[in-house]
Design a binder for this molecule. Structure first.
Ligand SMILES: [Zn+2]
Length: 485
């Protein structure tokens, strides 16, 4: 596909370029209408705020084009042109430009499941099963430490790491999600941000009823925000009553907001539901009407064929979290089957506190591809092309945002990354998609734009105070350690 596309693009360039020839311009104009049009366009070049160019542009558009010596033009918050550098330079007059002839230009990566503020608990307890990790370490540590300020600094730290590593959109569920939204906007990062609703007293709300009231205020406050999609996030089936789950769905639908939930993450969650209700967690949620509306279900490790058919029928997006599923020994999600059934499946690093420990979508792409190979015995089970789609356009579909983000196409939001390819781990390069998934690292991301605004330049964050955030993280480490003694 890559070579085929390159051929098309080269031909288009030859057709489109005004080549210097022996003919006087006037004669060329009168004899060739195509050249006349292009020449006129050059004279009256369209305004743009930015042109970003690179050796390869991976578009993730419907034709899966990879454009050699490509460029993207940006005006305001949106992409206005994608093509060869020659085409884009001829058509647009930019106010500023960034040319990286050694880089790959790709859509910003999309994280479909995480808990950004938990970055302050990074590595607090490792090598445990989910229930032990949650009940013995995370829930007690949260009870003693989580506050609005904790969430603000934790989210700043999370956004800093995510943006430097090429993630432009994150899907979050935590407490004080209004503060998460404020921190995300400060970072200049896009977010689908869900306020957690859970069946025991937590830092921001003492009861699920309080949490629902809090969430409604939050949904109203961030309606029509250019960066934040406010969401409702009942933690899971096993931490909420049926009434709370139903009320969460009703609230989400009232504001046309997404509902985010953990689903069938562990065998225990499934066994408990089967024992208590004689139904799988997916079947229970469906029977309660919880899946009737835009839903992002995280993990879905222990889903069977009937569950996947329900998820497909309800249009539920699945956030696959390979690092987390491996680290907590939760299992292997049947991602190949989900993809074959046409389910929208994206990638998420999950929490950084112990279920993964970082927010690195390059790592998730690599592991998603490799985990399915191990599980199926088939090296083609989940190829690099699919892994990169899961971190971009398929992730956008999970969030119901495929018309706005996930690919480089005119009309879409300008969420872009430039990834350097001049380091030892990046040379030589035969196929830029293979390089993105299997060789490049989050550290190789050099420039990041979100919503038309450069937020990382030459690997330096432009929107946050990195030094201050790192100092705060050290302060919180001391405070949290002391609280657990
Ligand atoms: Zn999670």
């Amino acid at each position: 596909m890559f070579h085929f596309c390159r051929k098309i693009i080269r031909r288009a360039t030859v057709d489109a370029c005004c080549r210097p020839g022996g003919l006087p311009i006037r004669r060329r104009l009168t004899t060739c209408p195509t050249i006349l049009l292009l020449f006129a366009a050059t004279l009256a070049a369209e305004p743009a705020d930015w042109i970003w160019s690179a050796r390869y542009v991976i578009t993730e558009d419907a034709r899966h084009r990879v454009i050699e010596n490509g460029a993207v033009a940006i005006r305001g918050e949106r992409i206005v042109g994608v093509g060869t550098k020659a085409e884009i330079d001829a058509r647009f007059q930019p106010k500023q430009r960034l040319d990286r002839p050694d880089a790959i230009l790709a859509p910003g990566l999309i994280n479909t499941h995480t808990h950004a503020a938990m970055s302050l608990f990074r590595g607090i307890a490792d090598d445990l099963r989910l229930q032990d990790w949650l009940e013995k370490f995370i829930f007690p540590a949260e009870a003693k430490n989580v506050s609005a300020e904790f969430v603000r600094w934790g989210t700043r730290l999370g956004c800093l790491e995510m943006l430097l590593g090429g993630t432009t959109t994150f899907t979050d569920m935590y407490y004080f999600e209004d503060v998460v939204a404020e921190a995300a906007k400060e970072a200049g990062m896009r977010g689908v941000l869900g306020e957690t609703i859970i069946g025991f007293p937590v830092a921001d709300n003492k009861t699920p009823a309080d949490a629902l009231t809090f969430t409604e205020r939050y949904l109203m406050r961030f309606r029509n925000d250019p960066l934040v999609v406010a969401a409702v996030a009942p933690h899971a089936l096993y931490t909420n009553s049926d009434e709370t789950l139903k009320a969460s769905r009703a609230l989400a639908n009232k504001y046309n907001a997404p509902l985010i939930i953990h689903l069938s993450e562990t065998k225990k969650e499934n066994d408990d539901a089967l024992k208590a209700r004689k139904m799988t967690p997916t079947k229970v949620l469906d029977s309660l009407g919880v899946l009737t509306g835009r839903t992002v279900a995280a993990h879905c490790v222990w889903v069977n064929d009937a569950d996947m058919a329900i998820l497909k029928a309800r249009g539920v997006g699945v956030a696959h979290c390979p690092s987390s599923n491996m680290k907590l020994a939760s299992g292997v999600a049947p991602v190949v089957k989900m993809l074959a059934m046409g389910l929208a499946v994206g990638l998420g690093p999950d929490g950084p506190a112990g279920s993964n420990n970082d927010f690195n979508l390059f790592e998730e792409m690599d592991l998603a591809a490799k985990l399915q190979k191990v599980a199926t015995g088939d090296p083609q089970a989940l190829p690099a092309t699919t892994a990169l789609e899961m971190a971009t356009i398929r992730g956008a579909r999970v969030l119901g945002m495929e018309k706005e983000i996930g690919s480089l196409e005119p009309g879409k939001r300008a969420d872009l990354i430039l990834v350097r390819t001049d380091r030892p781990n990046a040379v030589p390069m035969y196929d830029p998609i293979s390089q993105m998934v299997y060789a490049l690292k989050a550290d190789d991301v050099r420039d990041v734009m979100v919503n038309g605004k450069p937020v990382v330049r030459d690997s330096v964050i432009q929107t946050l105070n990195q030094g201050q955030i790192l100092r705060k993280a050290a302060e919180y480490r001391a405070k949290i350690s002391a609280s657990l003694k």
